[in-house]
Design a binder for this molecule. Sequence first.
Ligand code: ACO
Length: 380
Amino acid sequence: MTTKDDITLHRGLQGVYFDRTATTFIDGKQGILEYRGYSIHDLAAMSTFEETSYLLLYGDLPTQAQLDEFDAELKSSRELPEQVLDVIEIVKDSHPMDVLRTAVSALASFDEDREDNSIEATYRKGIRLTSQFATIVMAHHRIRHGKDPIKPSTSLSHAANFLYMLEGEEPTADTAELMDRDFVIHADHGSNASAFTARVVAGTSADLHGAVTAGIAALSGPSHGGAAENVMQMAQEIGEPENAAQYVKDLLASRQRVMGFGHRVYKAEDPRARHLREGVRKLSEEKGEPKWYAILEAVIDAMKPYARRGIHVNVDFFAGVVYYLNGVPQDLFVPIFAVGRVPGWTVQVVEQFQHNILIRPLLSYTGEHERPYVPIGDRG
Ligand code: ACO
């Protein structure tokens, strides 16, 4: 859009490149996503969240010894300071995303690298936060129901431990694997709203905890992470697969959006979506609730005419049902997204620090000029 002053506005910064990255590649037209040059399809099928986190942070796949050391660091960081559990208790009635934001901000005060904003310290903080996020989400969930938090396991994987902290029951290997895949596909996604927010904060040379706290706030909105919660709600409103077509028609006729569809960058199918699709099918059959998968497929069918306009299914479409079928309450869906995204936020902040610049765009002023100042007693 060109204004009267010949200023080109890029509302929402659509299509604007603001820096370079060596971390995540996205081709929205072709539906390609790579972390550090590795296809998301290979990583979803063969990697683990721990390995993918290492890859994102350090640029290469780890050797077994490197992975063991990294995994040990993650495992040893799972417990929260007592004071942070107290903070969670105080704010326990808020939405879990708000509690997560507050708890992460509070964690800054207890981090051993609190005074150190170097790249090395930022990596250490990012590894600790990756583990602590999972504990915060589940500890809060227990505390708000009057239960004691489950002590994190020192042996389970990140994904299995996350589910374990819900009720103290170890998940099956299949369930843990699906959760792990969910974390892998959510681990980074270029300059999405929350990562961009984190970069803006890091651009002022503020610290990782500040950047990530702001990132959580950005993620909480329904146009970003909030969609997973809304998709499950939509599936429940639809109730039965045969209602899906009419439901979608009514929604679109009232100019509302179908949650879990559309993406600012992808105009082809979001390459992450397919990795949960089969898992949802299997899981909903295993749990004796195949209708959820059938409802989602019926919504996809109803949305087919919109594919021509570049509106395809996105990663959040299947994620909510995975969590629901695992007994995770709906308001924890977005926090789960955040649990998976910590390595991405960390590496984006590290990249920002490595080549830092203040992010400060311009606004084209449309208000009045040279208004006479009227003393308060003379205003009508
Ligand atoms: N359902 C119906 N129509 C849609 C949808 C949708 N989900 N998404 C976009 N459209 C339509 C818009 O109405 C608009 O139509 P118009 O040109 O006739 O007005 C057109 O497509 C372009 O939409 P924009 O909002 O301009 O596209 P933008 O890139 O800003 O939006 C967004 C991207 C916010 C994700 C949008 O697709 C949306 O609201 N989707 C639903 C929420 C959702 O699933 N969010 C998760 C995103 S993925 C993630 O964060 C992990």
